[in-house]
Design a protein around this ligand. Structure first.
Ligand code: HEC
Ligand code: HEC
Length: 576
């Protein structure tokens, strides 16, 4: 009797059971104290119960998990990562003056002007933000324990030691923390990140400098030389494109073009042939940029990415995969790492799902909010918006609410976001969702996807996101094309075609409180015009600000709301 004939009708349930428990082992990584999470495409949320504590941990285990997870969000935890920059010789080289022969030679040959003079300058150029525990402590939305030590480095700067050599790399928060009025908000997208540009620059400069020359000119020791050697080797397997504009991220192209430099097997093994002659890929020229979505929305959703194309699997594992493909890492080593570090994955997952959105009153006096206007805006929202964006139950409607502060009155008591996250085409720029059809097959081929139960499926449209913390999430839409909420409520042809994504430091000049977002037109601070990279033009492919107009305008182009009503609606949106 051969093994196959055993699979008769009566045995099927048992075999199915074995297969399912095998699968669920890999999909949800259960371990002591952690409950299983349904990451499948059938997952449904209980209405009004967001997955804030996604593993259903006890209070003390939960605090412990998110404290540890937070460390991993700040510091890249994958120690088998393919790209580590030997920090000591690198910063010494940067701190040298421009007459260092290596520096002169490299920048001349690569025609790249290295636009920073020391490692602090590099971090600033990359858009990494200062992090202050003291400021954090003052904000109501950040509860729970804080990371123990930052050593004064900006968010995302990470060090990994390998055989005594200190390697520099960058953690999740380099893309997933943003600035609002001088404060660093963890979970917000970094609006001025140059992570992709950094890779593109390294790709130009590093191939020109071999490891012995590197060692000689920077006085690196042998372990540092080896670290540089490996990074240089792995960069050969990294492809990418520069984002069209500051603040967007080219992760889809970065991953696809890197895979086009590897073999097409399930481990995407290295290939010196494809490193030299990468396979042609549509994402070389097809715009696919998007910005990271805020982390505090995760607890409300059942599928991931701006287009909801990750329909199954823990999105944190997908992030490790994408980031490590983009760093030239050996995928077998990455698989082994995730196997051996389930607690890291779990704690990081617990942390990002636990985050809360900031409130308007964390930054501005409650006197800047008008209750009767906000209540009128709420009525409009209920009629026109909540079907897609979810229902927000406010404290001001709670008859039993008494004794709380005025700040509390404006807060949201409960959010009812659909049980299953939807994807809807409201006519916004189609390039990003279309681009997924070029990446999905490359990812689905990988053993990593099968092992982790991840399914990436192209979609039509985008997820209508939950709107908490909306007031600091500008510019809006997946492609950052809408500078503020006044622009959102304009007819397509009247929306600004140009704006500048300046820094957010000064409350008076850098933020339009009435329009909720960037100042546009003659309100743009004059010094912002010096920062050409931050110019946003909606005329470029992938950057159009079209769509999402049916809720505001009739087919004939007439506004459904008066200016007064639009202003009331904005007043309500500020309180989310
Ligand atoms: C180089 C920048 C970058 C880094 C580093 C990065 N991400 Fe992201 N992340 C993005 C972008 C861009 C998207 C959105 C892509 C899209 O949806 O089009 C994203 C999406 C996500 C999502 C899905 C959000 C949602 O609402 O569906 C999660 C979760 C996430 N990232 C977590 C992480 C974690 C955890 C890390 C660290 C392990 C990390 N990211 C590192 C850029 C980055
Ligand atoms: C038919 C579904 C639908 C309705 C109704 C709808 N929206 Fe949206 N909304 C979307 C989708 C989908 C997106 C994402 C578009 C994108 O990123 O390209 C979106 C995006 C947004 C954003 C940008 C969010 C961000 O983080 O960038 C805002 C703000 C917004 N909608 C407000 C509203 C308001 C206010 C109303 C009611 C007047 C409304 N929406 C009605 C589907 C809808």
């Amino acid at each position: 009797m051969n093994a196959l004939s055993l699979v008769n009708i009566t045995h099927r349930p048992i075999i199915l059971g074995v297969v399912l428990s095998f699968l669920s082992y890999f999909c949800s990584f259960p371990s002591y104290g952690f409950h299983e999470v349904d990451w499948s495409q059938d997952a449904e949320l209980t209405l009004g119960s967001p997955r804030e504590n996604i593993y259903n941990l006890s209070d003390s285990d939960f605090l412990h998990a998110i404290e540890d997870g937070r460390e991993h969000a700040f510091r890249w935890p994958v120690d088998v990562t393919g790209l580590l920059i030997p920090y000591r010789p690198f910063s010494q080289f940067l701190n040298e003056d421009y007459n260092n022969p290596l520096r002169r030679w490299a920048s001349r040959l690569s025609k790249t002007i290295v636009p920073f003079r020391n490692s602090r300058g590099l971090f600033d150029w990359m858009g990494l933000l200062p992090y202050s525990k003291e400021l954090d402590d003052k904000l109501s939305f950040l509860q729970g324990p804080l990371v123990k030590h930052y050593k004064g480095n900006p968010s995302g700067v990470s060090f990994i030691k390998r055989k005594g050599a200190l390697g520099l790399t960058f953690g999740c928060v380099s893309c997933h923390s943003g600035q609002f009025l001088g404060r660093t908000i963890v979970g917000l997208n970094n609006k001025r990140s140059r992570a992709n540009q950094f890779f593109m620059m390294a790709k130009k400069v590093v191939p020109l400098v071999n490891s012995s020359f590197f060692k000689m000119t920077t006085k690196a020791d042998e372990e540092e030389r080896k670290m540089y050697f490996l990074a240089r080797e792995n960069l050969r397997a990294v492809g990418g494109v520069t984002p069209e504009v500051l603040g967007l991220d080219t992760s889809l192209a970065h991953v696809a073009l890197s895979l086009a430099r590897r073999n097409e097997d399930s481990l995407a093994t290295r290939s010196s042939h494809f490193e030299k002659y990468p396979r042609k890929h549509p994402l070389e020229s097809f715009p696919s940029s998007s910005r990271p979505m805020p982390w505090w929305n995760l607890k409300y959703k059942t599928r991931w990415l701006s287009d909801g194309s990750l329909v199954s699997g823990n999105p944190i594992l997908t992030n490790f995969l994408w980031n490590e493909i983009g760093r030239g890492t050996d995928l077998k080593e990455l698989e082994d790492w995730t196997e051996a570090n389930k607690d890291v994955v779990q704690n990081l997952t617990a942390y990002v799902f636990s985050l809360k959105a900031p409130h308007w009153t964390d930054f501005f006096s409650v006197k800047t909010l008008n209750l009767s206007k906000a209540k009128k805006g709420e009525k409009i929202f209920k009629k026109s918006c909540q079907g897609c964006h979810g229902r927000y139950e406010k404290n001001w409607s709670d008859l039993s609410f008494s004794g709380g502060s005025r700040e509390e009155l404006f807060k949201t008591k409960a959010v009812y976001y659909p049980k299953k996250t939807r994807v809807i085409d409201v006519g916004t720029d189609e390039k990003r969702w279309q681009a997924m059809k070029y990446l999905a097959p490359d990812i689905m081929r990988l053993g990593f996807s099968k092992r982790t139960g991840s399914i990436l499926r192209p979609q039509r449209g985008y997820v209508p996101p939950p709107l908490e913390g909306l007031f600091l999430r500008y510019p809006y839409f997946h492609n950052n094309s809408i500078p503020n909420l006044c622009a959102l409520m304009e007819r397509e042809d009247k929306r600004p075609k140009f704006f500048i994504q300046g820094p957010s430091l000064n409350e008076e000049t850098d933020y339009d409180k009435d329009c909720v977002g960037y100042p546009v037109g003659n309100k743009i601070p004059p010094d912002w015009y010096q920062d050409k990279e931050a110019f946003y033009s909606t005329k470029r492919p992938g950057l159009s600000s079209k769509g999402h107009t049916k809720v505001f305008y009739t087919r004939e182009g007439n506004s459904k709301f008066s200016e007064e009503e639009k202003s009331d609606l904005r007043e309500f949106l500020k309180t989310l």
